[in-house]
Design a protein around this ligand. Structure first.
Ligand SMILES: Cc1cc2nc3c(=O)[nH]c(=O)nc-3n(C[C@H](O)[C@H](O)[C@H](O)COP(=O)(O)OP(=O)(O)OC[C@H]3O[C@@H](n4cnc5c(N)ncnc54)[C@H](O)[C@@H]3O)c2cc1C
Length: 380
C-alpha cells in the first residue's frame, strides 16, 4: 500500500520503519522545515524501545544509553532517605530520534509539509497541506503528537485536558561542575519528593550522543502542582509574549518565569540540586496534559504515539508505546505475497488493530494518573 504518515517524530518514524520492512511504500510529512532538534530532554528507555532499535539498526544499549546503578531519594537537606538498586538505562530524546532518522531510507521524510486537512473515501485518503500539492494514499497514519490537529478534525468533541501540574525541565553539561560536587548524581537517578512536587535527575548522552564521562548531560525534571490558571497562562507565555499551548521550548522562557524558577530552586532545593537548575542556560517547560482519541482508527486513518493517547511521563513509556504501535500496526497490515492493495480490507484491519491496541494500552493510561497521585501531583 501507499501509506502517508503525518508527523515525523518518534512515533511517525517508528511506523515508517516497520511498514517499509513489511513491504509498504511510505511517505512521512513533517510540519517542521528541518530535522527536529533539541526537542526533548532525557527519556528512560524501556526494553521494547531498545529491542525495536536493535531489530531495525545496530544501536545497542551500550551505544545509546547511560547506565544507572542506584535510585536515591534525598530530602530537602540533601540527606539520602532511601537507596535502591536501579538498572533503568537513560537516553536522550535526540539520541533516539537520530537513531530512527538514520535508519529511515533517504527521501522518505518530507520536511516543511504541514497537514492542513484530510478526507477519505472508499478507495483511499487525500491529504491537503498549508503549502504544496495534495497527496493521495491508500491510508494515513496520524502521528502528530499530543495536540494532534488530525485527532481534533476526526473527533471534533475530543479535547486535551491539563492535568494540574507543570514539568520544569533542563539539561546541563556534566563538565559544568566540580566532579566532587556531583559525584553522587553520576550514573544514579536522584529524586526529591515533597508536598506538591517531585524533582528527578539523571545523566543522559551528550549533545552529539557521546557517552564519555564529562561529555554527558544531567537531565532534570521538576514536577510542580500549579492549579492556578493565571499562573499557568503566564508561565506558558514566552519571552516574546506568545502564549504556547502546552510547552515553552529551551531558550524561550520569559524573564519572569526564569527568575521564578531560579528563586524557587534556591529556596526549596538542597545545594546539589539547586546547582543544576542555576547552571542550566536554557530551561524549558511542559504542562502535563491528558489526551486520548475515542478510537485509534477511523476508516482508513490510524492514530499512533501521543496523537492516539498521551501517557503521563511517570510511566516512562511514551517512546516504547510508540514503538509498539508501529510494530503492531505493521503486523496487522501484513499482506500475503501478490495481494493487491485494493483487495485488502484496510478499514476492517485497522478497526481490529485499534481495538486490540486500546486493550493493550489501557493499563498504562490508568497507571500514569495513579503514579502522579501517589506523589501528590495533579488534580485529585
Ligand atoms: C515531561 C515529559 C517526559 C517524558 N519522558 C519520557 C520518558 O522518560 N520515556 C519515554 O519513553 N517517553 C517520555 N515522554 C514521552 C515521549 O517523548 C513521547 O511519548 C514520544 O516521543 C512519542 O511522541 P510522538 O512522536 O507521538 O509525538 P511528538 O514527538 O509530539 O511528534 C509529533 C510530530 O508531528 C509533527 N506535526 C504536528 N502537527 C503536524 C501537522 N499538522 N502536519 C505535519 N506534521 C505535524 C510535529 O512537528 C512533531 O514532529 C515524556 C514526555 C514528557 C512530556
Amino acid at each position: 500500500m501507499k501509506i502517508a504518515i503525518a508527523g515525523g517524530s518518534i512515533a511517525g518514524l517508528a511506523c515508517a520503519l516497520t511498514l517499509t520492512c513489511t513491504g509498504h511504500e511510505v511517505q512521512v510529512f513533517e510540519r517542521s522545515g528541518t530535522p527536529l532538534k533539541g526537542r526533548g530532554g532525557g527519556v528512560a528507555i524501556l526494553r521494547q524501545m531498545m529491542r525495536f532499535l536493535e531489530q531495525h539498526g545496530h544501536h545497542t544499549r551500550a551505544m545509546l544509553a547511560v547506565p544507572t546503578h542506584r535510585r536515591r531519594w534525598i530530602d530537602s537537606q540533601g540527606a539520602v532517605v532511601r537507596d535502591d538498586p536501579e538498572l533503568l538505562p537513560f537516553s536522550s530524546w535526540d539520541a533516539v530520534y537520530q537513531s530512527l532518522c538514520s535508519m529511515v531510507a533517504p527521501g522518505v521524510i518530507h520536511y516543511g509539509r504541514d497537514v492542513a486537512s484530510v478526507s477519505q473515501d472508499a478507495e483511499g485518503v487525500e491529504l491537503r497541506f498549508h503549502n504544496g500539492t495534495p497527496v493521495r494514499a491508500d491510508m494515513l497514519i496520524a502521528a502528530d503528537g499530543t495536540s494532534s490537529r488530525l485527532r481534533s478534525m476526526l473527533f471534533p468533541d475530543n479535547t486535551v485536558s491539563y492535568a494540574g501540574y507543570l514539568a520544569w525541565r533542563g539539561l546541563v553539561s556534566e563538565s559544568a561542575f566540580d566532579p566532587a560536587d556531583v559525584a553522587d548524581l553520576v550514573e544514579n537517578i536522584t529524586l526529591l519528593h515533597s508536598a506538591d512536587e517531585l524533582f528527578i535527575t539523571f545523566l543522559i548522552p551528550g549533545q552529539g550522543g557521546s557517552l564519555e564521562p564529562g561529555q554527558r548531560r544531567f537531565n532534570w525534571l521538576w514536577y510542580r502542582n500549579e492549579p492556578d490558571k493565571a499562573a499557568v497562562d503566564s508561565f506558558l507565555t514566552d519571552r516574546d509574549g506568545r502564549r504556547h499551548h502546552a510547552s515553552v521550548a529551551p531558550g524561550e522562557l520569559s524573564q519572569p518565569s526564569l527568575s521564578y524558577l531560579r528563586g524557587i530552586a534556591r529556596d526549596r532545593l538542597p545545594p546539589v540540586l539547586s546547582r543544576l537548575v542555576s547552571a542550566t542556560d536554557a530551561p524549558f517547560l511542559q504542562a502535563i496534559s491528558d489526551a486520548s482519541s475515542p478510537s485509534f482508527a477511523i476508516g482508513r486513518i490510524a492514530l499512533v504515539g501521543d496523537a492516539a493517547c498521551t501517557l503521563r511521563p511517570h510511566t516512562a513509556s511514551g517512546t516504547s508505546k510508540a514503538a509498539d504501535d508501529a510494530v503492531s500496526l505493521a503486523q496487522a497490515l501484513q499482506m500475503p505475497q501478490e495481494t493487491e492493495a485494493m483487495q485488502l480490507d484496510v478499514e476492517g484491519l485497522l478497526a481490529n488493530w485499534a481495538q486490540a491496541r486500546r486493550r493493550a494500552v489501557e493499563p498504562l493510561m490508568l497507571e500514569g494518573p495513579k503514579l502522579a497521585h501517589s506523589f501528590g501531583l495533579g488534580y485529585p
